[in-house]
Design a protein around this ligand. Sequence first.
Ligand code: SAM
Length: 276
Amino acid sequence: MSDMDHSVRLAHLFNRLREPIFRSAIQVLRFPSGSRGLDAGCGAGLQALLLAEAVGPAGHTTGLDLASELLACAEDMVKKAGLSERISFREGDVNDLPFDDDTFDWAWSVDLVGYAPIEPLPLVQELARVVKPGGSVAILAWSSENLLPGHPLLEARLKTTTAGIAPFVKGKEPESHFLRAFGWLRDAGLEERTARTFAGDAHAPLIDEVRSALTALFEMRWPGVEPELREEDADGEHLWAEYRRLCLPESPDFILEHPDYYAFFTYSMFQGKVAE
Ligand SMILES: C[S@@+](CC[C@H](N)C(=O)[O-])C[C@H]1O[C@@H](n2cnc3c(N)ncnc32)[C@H](O)[C@@H]1O
């Protein structure tokens, strides 16, 4: 499987966990029926479908991404869904959007602003530039998870690893952390700012799709944690053994098989209006 096929497969897999969250967020944003918006860094285009549904047949959603192959998959999906009139895709860089000022009624972006190497403030400013006065700019990102019920020490230690704090990087200024995005919106001149967090969850018995999504999430969330878990002392060794026992699908104690498994995770959304 190519890297691109893998990315698209993962996007569809994670959609099972994320879609309810994005539906809730879109409901809160109340994009007007018939409005036109931008999904910046749209990836496989799955949220463009939800956005198009929200603005109805008279509205339009433009998905923009750097990755042309991802866009080709997204286009194909939209065509099959019969929504090509309502959703279009454009290859481009969010740092220099290929749109005139005041093109859209709103902009939406998930898991992009706040991810290095893109500087967050110029990006929020660029999103605000292409949105009409009074229109909305909403940025969302994964903000927390509790995936290992009953194992708070292991989970807390995982949260302190390099992977656990990503996309934040140790030593970076606190203002660059996504949960400081409220300030980015202010500095970009956005008004009537709001911040909301949305939770998604899963519990046993896990249907196959959710189990596969969570298994993939475990792999994606904590890659290469062994040295960091082991580095300290006997406790570190213990945590590494615990990690392998609970978090690897081949372990007989893989936590997703627990009959009482329960997990939750959150996305946070920061939103503001372009000054009139
Ligand atoms: C983590 S993915 C998120 C995709 C999608 N928003 C989602 O939540 O499923 C980040 C996306 O941003 C795109 N991207 C990264 N840098 C970009 C840039 N400078 N301009 C446009 N897209 C970019 C990547 O190709 C990728 O599809």
